[in-house]
Design a protein around this ligand. Structure first.
Ligand code: HPA
Ligand code: ZN
Length: 335
């Protein structure tokens, strides 16, 4: 196929950096607000979209947490997740790892079990009806106390088999990885895989990346493009085949650009970088739009687009059979 856009649209895809609460489209938000009697500070879908005025991580997070207040019951979490799964499947996503923020809900009085049971039911239906394989990653909110993260970790243990790993998100300022060292050590002991956000252009981003690698012992890093400030760390993640899950359109909203050039440098250096959507309802770009953004900015060819997908599946926590199936499909595109 000569047409690179058509090629990107038709590729089998894998998504590793996706906050399920960040897939809450205004239409569903209004429906759930009405169903649950939750007041919203805007009256129409257009007003809601027009109100998205994000210029950095903190300003984005205000809208993100305000939006998730409409999620109350198990069916709400089911509908949220299933709506995303339908969109993802329509874009050719065959495997996705989904972040969820339990403390964004338990802090409002919603029970942990309500959240995971709704998400789990949507995952099982997506597998059956859409052929989409997904796994859950539970994120701790780094602007809360470490003790609350530890309590959340303990609360998750009855659902241990439903959750593949743990992550760390929310406002990074003043909340370094080391704050959660004990929580992540316990998570590892419980058998969870570990990832953490190192958001782009934060205070001491490179120091946080170093802590993730050397003090926490993460299995992957979310964002992490500032690693380019230390070539020794770039070399380390390349050698250890640790993935960086990069989110170009999200970067355009919360930093000074997509960071596509930095992604290109990491790709050329042989680092396992992948392209992901982060919070697609807010940044109005799902995974295909993110891939096309990077393809256009860097004028990438088919081989490089395939490498990005191969990087994603190789740095994923997919079961071996799924991994093999997607790698085989990508190899067939190459021939
Ligand atoms: N960074 C930090 N917190 C978040 C993000 C992100 O990319 N998305 C949702 N919560
Ligand atoms: Zn994120």
């Amino acid at each position: 196929m000569a047409d690179i856009e058509g090629f990107v649209r038709s590729m089998p895809k894998c998504e590793l950096h996706l906050h399920i609460e960040g897939t809450l489209e205004p239409e569903l938000k209004f429906r759930l607000a009405e169903r649950n009697g939750v007041a919203l500070p805007y009256r129409t879908v257009d007003e809601a979209r027009a109100g998205y005025d994000f210029h950095d991580l903190s300003s984005f997070l205000v809208g993100y947490y305000q939006g998730m207040s409409v999620l109350v019951t198990e069916p709400d979490f089911y509908e949220l997740a299933y709506a995303y799964f339908e969109k993802a499947a329509a874009q050719g996503v065959e495997y996705a790892e989904i972040f969820f923020d339990p403390q964004g809900h338990t802090s409002r009085g919603v029970e942990f079990g309500t959240v995971v049971r709704g998400l789990r039911r949507a995952q099982l239906d997506a597998r059956r009806m859409l052929g989409l394989h997904t796994q859950l990653i539970m994120c701790f909110l780094r602007d809360f106390q470490a003790e609350y993260a530890m309590a959340t970790l303990l609360e998750s243990l009855p659902y241990r088999d439903w959750i593949i790993g743990v992550g760390l998100d929310s406002d990074e300022r003043g909340n370094p990885p080391a704050k959660f060292a004990a929580v992540f050590a316990r998570a590892r002991a419980e058998g969870y895989l570990l990832t953490m956000h190192c958001d782009v252009d934060q205070e001491n981003s490179i120091g946080h990346i170093r802590q993730c690698l050397h003090e926490i012992g993460v299995d992957r890093i979310d964002h992490g493009v500032n690693i380019l400030e230390d070539p020794a760390l770039v070399d380390e993640v390349r050698r250890r085949r640790l993935g960086l899950t990069i989110c170009p359109v999200s970067n355009r909203f919360v930093t000074d650009g997509t960071k596509a050039a930095e992604l290109g440098r990491l790709l050329d250096a042989g680092v396992l970088v992948s392209v992901n959507s982060d919070d697609p309802a807010y940044f109005t770009a799902y995974v295909t739009e993110n891939l096309l953004t990077v393809q256009r900015e860097l004028n990438l060819g088919r081989d490089q687009m395939i490498t990005l997908q191969r990087n994603a599946i190789e740095s994923s926590w997919a079961p071996p059979a799924i991994r093999r199936q997607i790698l085989d499909k990508l190899a067939a595109l190459n021939s």
